[in-house]
Structures are given as structure tokens and as C-alpha cells.
Design a protein around this ligand. Structure first.
Ligand code: FAD
Length: 121
């Protein structure tokens, strides 16, 4: 019975992952260093390769290859994330999302900020 409780489906994994990816983009610096840009591009390429849904990974690798990550600024990367999410939406018959609304929908994670060492305080 525990295998049923622990089962994750493609939709649940997808929603959780888009939350992660759009939050990653929202937290991206306004003026990233060249090194941060390089790592972010590399991360997205490796992410597309390793995403644990085979058909999704195949499709997303092609999308990223055709839409190289734009990592010059927070606005550029957040917009890029919205656009590649829309590419996935279209490929599975979901409506295109209005990217001018993406910054309202997704923001930085307030409780994720800072380095709390003493959680019990
Ligand atoms: P989701 O698409 O999960 O989106 C979550 C929320 O994000 C939405 O409710 C909306 O508020 C917001 N949103 C929607 N579009 C955008 C956008 N463009 N920009 C910003 N915010 C937006 N499923 C498949 O069946 N086949 C696939 O090939 C496939 N490939 C995937 C590839 C990746 C990289 C990921 C992360 C997921 C993939 N999925 C795939 C899963 C799919 O994208 C959805 O996550 C899943 O179908 C659940 O959809 P949903 O309607 O809950 O909304």
C-alpha cells in the first residue's frame, strides 16, 4: 500500500518542477556575473537531460536546443522560462500563458532567504 501513497505522476512532478524552475528564475540576479550565467545555462542543459520523465526530457532537450537559455538578466531569464514553459504547454495541448503575468504568478520565496542557523530560536 505504501507504493501507492508514494506514487508520483507526471502532472504532480511537472507542477512541482515548474514551481522550482520559475522560483529559480525569480531569484536570478538583475546583473548576474559571467560565471553565474554560465552555470545557469549549463544547469538548464543538464536539467533537460536528467529530468526523470523520459518523454518530457526528450521534448525539453529539443526545446532548450532551439531556445538557448537567456541568462543576461533577471528579466531575460524569467521571460525565457515562461517561453519554454509555453513551448511545453503547446506541445501537450495546454493554453499559452501570458508571459507579462508571469512575474505576478511567480516570485521569490521569502522564507527561503537568509541563512537561519538556529531553527529552534
Ligand atoms: P503546469 O504546466 O504544471 O504549470 C503550473 C502553473 O504554472 C500553472 O497552473 C500556471 O499558473 C503557471 N504557468 C503555466 N504556464 C506558464 C508559463 N508559460 N509561464 C509561467 N507560468 C506558467 N507533461 C507531459 O504530459 N508531456 C511532456 O512532454 C511534458 N514535458 C515537461 C517538461 C518539463 C521540463 C516539465 C517541468 C514538465 C513537463 N510536463 C510534461 C508536465 C506538464 O508541463 C505539466 O506540469 C503538467 O501537465 C501539469 O500541468 P498543470 O496544468 O497543472 O500546469
Amino acid at each position: 500500500e505504501s507504493s501507492e501513497e508514494n506514487a508520483v505522476d507526471r502532472e504532480t512532478l511537472g507542477r512541482a518542477t515548474w514551481t522550482f524552475l520559475h522560483t529559480l528564475a525569480a531569484a536570478y540576479p538583475e546583473r548576474p556575473s559571467v560565471e553565474r550565467q554560465r552555470k545557469t545555462s549549463l544547469f538548464m542543459t543538464l536539467f533537460a537531460e536528467l529530468y526523470p520523465c523520459e518523454t518530457c526530457a526528450d521534448g525539453f532537450q529539443e526545446i532548450v536546443a532551439n531556445h538557448p537559455p537567456r541568462t543576461q538578466s533577471n528579466a531575460a531569464f524569467a521571460r525565457w522560462m515562461c517561453e519554454v514553459h509555453n513551448e511545453v504547454n503547446v506541445s501537450i495541448g495546454k493554453p499559452v500563458y501570458d508571459c507579462s503575468r508571469a512575474s505576478e504568478r511567480w516570485g521569490t520565496c521569502e522564507s527561503c532567504k537568509g541563512h537561519e542557523k538556529e531553527l529552534d530560536d
